[in-house]
Ligand binder design. Structure first.
Ligand code: GLN
Length: 251
């Protein structure tokens, strides 16, 4: 057995945390790190910012939101990495892109100031900025994950291209992709884009587990947690807190 098979590392890339990381999005990285540890894996978090070397191995990619200015700042570098990211997406690497990076994983984002920020086209969506910001709690229902709760704050209205699947349907509270068709987020293969900040993953363990299971199965052939009883109890405790937090938003 190699040392990797013994320690079971999982390589998690955080995309542009210096500029794309608002409204608690770093919590997504911490959540994946913590859950991987509790399942008996060894998380290795790689913070990737403009100009950095690309990590040798990538199992999960997490990206956050940002101001329009932050999106402009990372745009050139994102295009340098576009082929790599497209290749990883087509290999089934699980990715979660929040708000600003969700928009840039689509076809383009026309900002409210009239700038067009091109996207890398992994998710079949496009985004038009408007003066009115969509801000507040956001709740939706999704076929795969059930209820999802979070918080949105964006000026961009996102529209899905024909045949592109939404992550969920806005229910109860919030605007979602555009305030017109009740869709929220997008899902293409194992890549999820969403407007959910808050952070998303601490409140929605099913999505964390989808990312983790997909990554682990792809790297090690199966998902076999080796956490001990104490670690399992901690996971149950964390999930109970998440359920309570979700209920607060849903009522
Ligand atoms: N700047 C983008 C917008 O306003 C994204 C905002 C965000 O990531 N919260 O639509």
């Amino acid at each position: 057995m190699t040392s990797d098979e013994l320690s079971r590392p999982i390589d998690v890339v955080s995309l542009y945390p210096n500029d794309m990381n608002i409204y608690g999005d770093w919590g997504n990285v911490l959540t994946i790190e913590r859950r991987l540890t509790l399942y008996g894996f060894q998380p290795r978090v790689h913070a990737y910012n403009q100009g950095d070397a690309w990590p040798e191995h990538v199992d999960i990619i997490l990206g956050g939101g940002g101001q329009d200015t932050g999106q402009e700042k990372i745009s050139d570098d994102l295009f340098k990495r576009a082929d790599t990211l497209r290749g990883l997406a087509s290999q089934g690497v699980p990715m979660l892109m929040i708000c600003g990076l969700y928009q840039l994983f689509g076809d383009y984002f026309d900002t409210v100031d009239g700038n067009r920020l091109p996207g890398i086209g992994i998710l079949g969506v496009y985004t038009e900025g408007q003066e009115h910001r969509m801000i507040g709690n956001l709740t939706e229902s999704s076929d795969q994950f059930g209820s999802i709760v979070g918080y949105e704050n964006h000026s961009g209205q996102t529209f899905l291209r024909d045949g592109v699947q939404a992550l969920g349907t806005v229910e109860h509270e919030g605007t979602g992709n555009n305030g017109v068709d009740h869709t929220e987020g997008a899902r293409v293969g194992n890549v999820i884009g969403t407007y959910m900040h808050g952070s998303l993953l601490p409140k929605n363990p099913k999505i964390s587990d989808f990312l983790i299971r997909t990554a682990v199965t792809s790297r090690y052939g199966e998902f076999k947690p080796t956490g001990n009883a104490e670690q399992r109890a901690q996971l149950e405790h964390i999930d109970a807190i998440a359920t309570k937090a979700a209920k607060v938003v849903m009522t």
